[in-house]
Design a protein around this ligand. Structure first.
Ligand code: 5GP
Length: 219
């Protein structure tokens, strides 16, 4: 179930909960064993590892020479992915982190604007930049981030995402590498959270609907 935000974009209610008003773990009835809250394992640990290795090889080949490649990790969801991916890239890399918020504080509707909570620490002037994202949904966040970074005079800006939900894309993006295309389900694990929980799961799983039903107005 989705609803229309003021600017006409279809916003996943959970995404609002995710980057806007955040459910606190203790209030949403999460189990003590996080695995009990998963209805389905979508991508298991071995599959992720194999795909990340392949992505690393492709990325290594795509940047010949030994000029510095700057991995820009979009926090916090890409933390786990970037840790594995950077070790699969066999060249000279530097890592920088950014944190963004898609929605205004205290608002469950998308404002359509992206706020930068943490900017780059180093310069990307003249360098190759690879944005590392956990999941692309509407594409609005990355659309903003890509043009923001392009304004800092890098040699190139490319995108790698672990997960992609193409069904919900609003902003068209040139995504250079995708780990897995997934259906329109709310997923957690391997860095992705709900209310800051489940990031440490080694697989990508679908969160049980009953855990967020009340947040999206279901009984
Ligand atoms: P968008 O592409 O819509 O601008 O936003 C992408 C962001 O929404 C992701 O970085 C992530 O924080 C959040 N998001 C979208 N779909 C999911 C999902 O299925 N699970 C989780 N945990 N976060 C999601």
């Amino acid at each position: 179930s989705t609803r229309r935000a003021a600017h006409g974009a279809t916003v996943h209610p959970l995404q609002s909960a995710h980057r806007g008003v955040r459910a606190k773990g203790g209030e949403m009835g999460a189990s003590k064993n996080p695995h009990d809250d998963i209805s389905e394992v979508l991508i298991d640990e071995a599959k992720i590892a194999a795909r990340v290795k392949a992505l690393g090889a492709e990325i290594t080949a795509a940047y010949p020479g030994n000029d510095e490649l700057v991995l820009v990790s979009v926090l916090k969801g890409s933390l786990v992915f970037v840790g594995d991916l950077m070790r699969a890239i066999d060249r000279n890399v530097r890592i920088d982190v950014m944190e963004v918020s898609s929605y205004g504080g205290g608002n469950t509707e998308s404002s359509g604007t992206v706020r930068i909570l943490k900017d780059l620490s180093g310069s990307i002037d003249g360098l190759d930049v690879l944005i590392v994202e956990d999941i692309i949904d509407t594409g609005l966040t990355l659309n903003y981030l890509t043009s923001y970074l392009a304004g800092k005079n890098p040699r190139s800006v490319r995108i790698v995402t672990l997960l992609d939900k193409p069904a919900r894309r609003i902003a068209e993006l040139p995504v250079d590498w995708t780990g897995f295309e997934i259906p329109d389900k709310f997923v957690v694990g391997y860095g992705l959270d709900f209310g800051e929980h489940y990031r440490n799961l080694r697989y990508v799983g679908v969160l049980k609907r009953e855990l967020y039903a009340s947040l999206i107005g279901e009984a």
